[in-house]
Write a protein that binds this ligand. Structure first.
Ligand code: GRF
Length: 213
């Protein structure tokens, strides 16, 4: 399955997809786009021989003109899925509608809990006993689209923001490739607003992959 990946930073989840592809994950990463020129993930992509584009949002006067360039770049490739892997720009409803059901996002919390930023801090402050990450279809409202999959981990009393982030990031490096595999293999399908696995509707929290990945 040809895919496009949008990033803004480290790109460790992009790297997990690249490694997955090298090890037989049935995907073909055709293009990586970053809105930040210094995103480390651009180097991972370049090393793997994947075409990269930097489209620096600061050079555009508004979201729409930035997104026009992103759209034009994406249309040069015939991807079937766009993966937002640490892409830190809000997208307009117009952009999202173009790719609705064909664009997924990885979020470091068990949605619908903790959309937005600082999820580790918020989970620790709330005294939660578990945390995790979610993969969901992108809808115009941030971190709110139909959920595909989640993976969980226990929060230990000794956990800090940093230890929780580290553990959660390791979890994401398995969750994202596995979820993309399910989509590439046609096992996950989307019949708005329902997400299906092997033809059966999933609950609103998606499929729990904690024990599988
Ligand atoms: C991940 O934690 C993801 O959940 C969030 O941004 C982070 C990206 O990390 N959306 P990386 O750039 O893939 O290392």
């Amino acid at each position: 399955m040809p895919i496009a990946v949008l990033i803004s930073g480290t790109g460790s989840n992009l790297q997990a997809l690249i490694q997955g592809q090298q090890q037989g994950l049935p995907i073909d990463i055709q293009v990586v786009i970053s809105n930040r020129p210094k995103a480390q993930g651009l180097q991972h992509a370049a090393l793997a021989g994947i075409p990269t584009y930097t489209i620096d949002h600061r050079q555009y006067s508004d979201r729409a003109s930035f997104e026009t360039i992103v759209t034009n770049t994406l249309h040069q490739y015939d991807h079937q899925l766009i993966v937002l892997a640490g892409f830190m720009r809000k997208l307009t409803a117009d952009f999202v509608h173009q790719f609705y059901g064909k664009m997924i996002n990885l979020h470091p919390a068990l949605l619908p809990k903790y959309p937005g930023l600082n999820t580790f801090e918020r989970a620790l402050q709330a005294g939660d006993h578990e945390h995790g990450s979610t993969v969901h279809y992108v809808s115009p409202e941030v971190d709110a689209g139909p959920i595909i999959s989640q993976a969980r981990l226990p929060i230990q009393p000794t956990d800090t923001i940093n230890t929780l982030r580290q553990k959660n990031t390791t979890l994401e490096h398995r969750l994202l490739p596995h979820t993309v595999r399910l989509i590439a293999e046609g096992r996950i399908t989307f019949n708005d607003p329902n997400v299906l696995l092997d033809g059966k509707n999933l609950p609103s929290e998606g499929t729990d992959l904690t024990e599988i990945i």
